[in-house]
Design a binder for this molecule. Structure first.
Ligand code: MG
Length: 171
């Protein structure tokens, strides 16, 4: 059985993961509208992955006899300026998610909730990957700048991403 404060922390984190999914879906829609279907596809898969993150927490709560309390998920921004803006925001967002995972992790350590600590190890690792990938893409979009052929090339490359293939099509 999990402490109430640990349950609260996980329910809060689950909300962040669902919000991430909402945010990336909104970014996907923007990219589609900007005639960048590859970036849109990449973001759409990223949105799906965030639901998987949320569901891992959902299952952990249930496995430990905790209570799932789904919270209202805020609406993400719908307006973005450029593809570069989208990926820079995604990178900043992942940095915030890392900070919030670290807080939950800290609570698990403080409460000596070792099962939760071990469970959260996966998230800590995942955030390293998420920050690396989104940071790299933001940087590559900065490099591309106003270069249209460069942008189209990157769009084609990111369009190769398939379910489960986070890393390969990121670079
Ligand atoms: Mg996530």
């Amino acid at each position: 059985m999990m402490s109430q404060s640990m349950q609260d922390a996980f329910n809060e984190q689950m909300k962040h993961e669902f919000y991430s999914s909402y945010l990336y879906l909104s970014m996907s829609a923007f990219c589609e509208g900007a005639n960048l279907p590859g970036l849109a596809q990449w973001m759409r898969l990223q949105a799906r992955e965030e639901v998987v993150h949320a569901m891992k927490i959902f299952d952990h709560l249930l496995d430990r006899g905790g209570q799932v309390r789904l919270q209202p998920v805020g609406g993400p921004p719908a307006e973005f300026t450029t593809a570069r803006d989208v990926f820079e925001q995604a990178y900043r967002h992942e940095q915030q998610v890392t900070a919030s995972i670290n807080q939950v992790y800290g609570r698990a350590v403080d409460e000596r909730d070792f099962a939760s600590r071990v469970f959260l190890d996966w998230f800590v690792q995942e955030q390293v990957e998420e920050e690396k990938t989104s940071g790299l893409l933001a940087e590559q979009l900065r490099m591309v700048g106003e270069d249209r052929p460069g942008l189209l090339m990157l769009d084609r490359e990111l369009g190769q991403r398939r379910v489960g293939g986070t890393e390969s099509a990121a670079t």
